[in-house]
Design a protein around this ligand. Structure first.
Ligand code: ADP
Ligand code: MG
Length: 839
């Protein structure tokens, strides 16, 4: 650990004489910033604050350098200048970026080479013919304007931005100039391709321009206020309706407007329902072009944001440095970054087609950036994990075979394949980082058990971490069963560690694990607490990985010396995406269920027939079985949801199943209470478990044969499939009842898919097709940066990004070569936005 006081004391009377001391000053700044990161960006790492500490040292060094090195230090100085006033999130980014500048400056300085070898501030590339687009910003730039000093400067530096507006911008994630120019449009309104009202066709997305003829307001049957605006052009007129009274004031008669939306029907005539609208003016930022549409927040209008982005571009685009090496640009046929940023906001061209083409180029370039930055981060993570020497486990095939033979079933070929892949990794000197993905019930535990046994047989210990106590206990029980028929001399000793165990029991596990008296420890996060130590942990399994953050995974890893790590998940990911989100892992897939499983009969029941569904539940219970009833939550707030869960439970107990034993499970309950309910359900003391989606990941209750899902159209496909996986675990035939209103569109497709298929991978693919990659990934994956542009539909893009990332890292694993300085900074900044939310 770094002792702050010693850093500060050492340097108080420092004089800079040569390169080494120059480097010394920079290293001190580096250390203080690293300390900041550890202390949670509290600006407490240097006595007088980070800004002053760095400022003084930069000033000392500044006189000694020139050219690029000097500019780098100036950048650094500017970056840290307002450190004290930033919130921790912004500080984190500033620190990440400063560190990468420092790394460059230090390597340049210790090489005694003061000039930046890479032409990082090169001119934008001239070759492409680009008349209009290039001219417009150029003429704007020619006007004398106060220039932005650094992309990390606050948006407050822009005219039109005061505290209030800065706060609004903060709401959409924009704090710095960089944030603003990287705030990519969510979509565009293509005003360059206008249609005439007279030629509009039902069902099409259209944009029209016209004059407001009349505005009226009425109430719908449900009492909502509806604003009806009639807009006319020289070919005809059309109704536009909104359910937002405020429109009335915005669009008085005579206003020239542009409307964009799908053409629908209302009382026999064509209409636009809640279309995008814009009052027309001469301003070419907004009309007669492909106009960007940004995410907005209360009080922040599209127009304002467009103008702000335009201003920010004019003042700072020249500061954006190309971070991709020229070879990469060429190989992937990408345009230069400045051009791409300009065009992604304001695509222009001599013809609408030209503008659209440029927009396409811009998206392609910036989407590639996202994929590349993502892959670089993931691959660096993997290199980092695999960097240290791992354990070369001497896998005894005889022992593994003895285990497999002792099982009451034969392994499926998918299990055999996965086990082979895992054992091969374990035998290699490189630490394993492998994902085992497979549907619920595909037999992941047996595979993990065989691998654990191989490690244990070679004198190592193994650990399995599960997200809840019940799941940990369930694993323990299955492992004991799986190992039951092994000869005594190779049967491992197995222990459990959870938070709710009493202190004495816990202490016993601690001491047994630390002196090697336990071969295999199963547990919750209690496994990664400090008091838990292993004498020789060689194999670690993380179950249901999407519930754990990257930090928890690496904490488990740290309990051994580079143990082999196996991550297991029951949420399948289509192959096209596996690379992206598991770029840091090798993937094994169980794409086959053990033979003889009874299919779960899945039915779609209209809400008005929910009585039939209830009657079905009752029949099953009369046969001695149990049922789940899951219902969707509508509110954002957990408290309100808990209330409606309670209400639903009451309604069912009172009106529908007064004679049955009902239990209730919802997200607001304490973990211990949840476990208690699950246990009494498992032990048959509850007939019907009424639950919110928390039941998604749960323990096995073989006697439960009905999964009734209310409001099924509101759940995602992955979630529906997980729910269904709660039943069908015993010998009896099981059922999944999807109760739903007449779902339309995607809802209908999802429910039909559930009825048609029980293959998790297939359903995942359908889900991906329906939702698009962004949404699909969003819910599923924590620990990854958000992507705003990248579209995974083209696997080749993904593979290209991955290959480029591999090439770059093969040449420069830590991205510390001077020509990779800007790239390294982008990777850091990109990953500093990581979603750490764990569901
Ligand atoms: P997962 O963890 O993938 O959901 P499990 O490992 O819990 O699946 O396995 C589900 C059930 O199937 C367990 O009872 C397990 O013993 C059993 N099982 C595992 N592999 C096979 C197989 N090859 N043949 C038959 N049953 C199996
Ligand atoms: Mg399992």
């Amino acid at each position: 650990m770094v002792d702050t006081r010693s850093i500060v004391a050492n340097t108080s009377d420092m004089t800079i004489q040569d390169g080494r001391q120059r480097t010394g000053a920079l290293v001190q700044i580096q250390k203080v910033l690293e300390l900041e990161a550890r202390k949670g960006y509290s600006d407490s790492s240097a006595t007088n604050g980070v800004t002053r500490f760095a400022g003084e040292r930069i000033a000392q060094v500044m006189g000694e350098v020139e050219g690029d090195a000097r500019r780098t230090l100036q950048d650094l100085d500017a970056l840290l200048a307002s450190y004290r006033d930033l919130d921790p999130e912004a500080r984190e980014r500033v620190v990440a970026e400063s560190l990468s500048l420092l790394r460059y400056a230090i390597s340049a300085s210790s090489n005694a080479s003061p000039s930046r070898p890479a032409p990082s501030r090169a001119e934008p590339p001239p070759p492409q013919p680009k008349p209009a687009a290039a001219k417009a910003p150029a003429t704007r730039k020619a006007k004398p304007q106060p220039m932005v000093g650094s992309l990390s400067d606050s948006v407050l530096l822009l005219p039109m931005v005061g505290d209030g507006r800065a706060r609004q911008l903060g709401q959409v994630g924009v704090r710095t100039i960089r944030d603003l120019i990287y705030l990519f449009p969510r979509r565009y309104v293509d005003y360059s391709n206008l249609e005439k009202i007279g030629s509009l066709l039902f069902g099409q997305m259209s944009t029209i321009q016209g004059v407001v003829q009349s505005v009226s307001s009425s109430r719908t049957r449900t009492g909502k206020e509806m604003i009806d605006v009639v807009v006319q052009d020289e070919t005809g007129w059309i109704h536009a309706i909104w359910f937002n009274p405020y429109i009335q004031r915005q669009l008085p008669e005579g206003t020239r407007v542009s409307l964009s939306g799908r053409v629908e029907q209302l009382r026999g005539t064509l209409c636009l329902k809640s279309p995008e609208w814009e009052v027309l003016s001469q301003d070419t930022l907004h009309t007669g072009r492909i106009a960007p549409v940004y995410p907005l927040t209360k009080g922040l209008y599209q127009k304002t944001l467009r103008t702000l982005v335009r201003t920010a571009l004019d003042r700072s685009l020249h500061l954006v440095e190309e971070h991709l090496p020229p070879e990469t640009l060429q190989r992937a046929a990408l345009i230069e970054v400045r051009e791409a940023i300009e065009w992604i906001h304001f695509p222009e061209g001599d013809t609408p087609d030209e503008a659209r083409r440029r927009l396409g180029e811009a998206r392609k370039r910036l989407a590639f950036d996202e994929l590349l930055l993502m892959q670089l981060g993931l691959l660096q993570q993997k290199l980092d994990w695999q960097g240290g020497p791992g354990n070369e486990i001497a896998v005894d095939r005889e022992v593994v075979q003895a285990f497999v033979r002792s099982l009451p079933f034969a392994l499926t070929s998918a299990q055999n394949r996965a086990l082979g892949e895992i054992l091969r990794d374990m035998a290699s000197p490189m630490p394993m980082t492998r994902l085992l993905q497979g549907d619920v019930g595909s037999g992941k535990t047996a595979v993990a058990a065989a691998a654990a046994l191989a490690a244990i047989n070679d004198g190592y210990q193994a650990a399995i971490m599960a997200p809840t106590e019940l799941l940990a206990e369930q694993h323990l029980r299955s492992l004991i069963d799986l190992f039951a028929n092994l000869p005594d001399n190779i049967r491992p000793s197995v222990g459990l560690i959870t938070g709710s165990m009493n202190a004495a029991a816990r202490r016993e596990v601690y001491s047994l694990a630390s002196d090697g008296g336990l071969d295999l420890v199963v547990g919750t996060q209690a496994l990664i607490q400090e008091s838990m130590t292993f004498s020789r942990l060689g194999f670690a399994v993380v179950d249901e990985q999407h519930r754990f953050g990257v930090d928890q995974r690496s904490a488990l890893r740290d309990k051994g010396t580079n143990p082999d790590v196996l991550v297991m998940t029951a949420t399948p990911i289509p192959r096209s995406l596996a690379l992206t989100i598991h770029g840091d892992l090798d993937v094994s897939t169980l794409d086959e269920l053990p033979p003889g499983r009874q299919p779960i009969e899945t039915r779609w029941i209209p809400s008005r027939q929910s009585r039939n569904a209830y009657a079905f539940v009752r029949d099953e219970i009369a046969k001695g079985r149990q049922a789940f009833i899951v219902f969707p939550l509508v509110e954002e707030s957990e408290t309100i949801d808990a209330k409606s869960a309670v209400a639903e439970h009451e309604r069912l107990s009172r009106d529908v199943f007064p004679d049955l034993r009902l239990g209730l499970l919802h997200g607001r309950m304490r973990p211990a209470d949840k476990d208690e309910v699950m246990l009494s359900f498992r032990d048959g003391e509850i007939d019907v478990l009424v639950s919110t989606s928390v039941v998604e990941v749960g323990i096995d209750v073989p006697n439960a044969t009905v999964m009734l899902i209310e409001g099924a159209e509101r759940f995602g496909l992955a979630q529906l499939h997980q729910f269904r996986g709660r039943v069908g675990r015993g010998a009896e035939k099981s059922y999944c009842l999807l109760v739903s209103n007449d779902a339309a569109g995607d809802g209908r497709t999802r429910l039909q898919a559930m009825v048609d298929s029980q293959d998790g991978f297939r359903l995942a693919q359908i889900d991906l097709d329906l939702r698009g990659p962004g949404d699909f990934l969003g819910k599923r994956q924590s620990g990854l940066p958000e992507l705003s542009l990248a579209d995974f539909s083209d696997v080749r893009d993904l593979e290209r990004a991955r290959n480029e990332a591999q090439e770059l890292l093969a040449e420069d694993p830590d991205l510390e070569l001077p020509q990779h300085r800007v790239l390294a900074a982008r990777v850091n900044a990109f990953w500093s936005h990581v979603v750490t939310e764990v569901s």
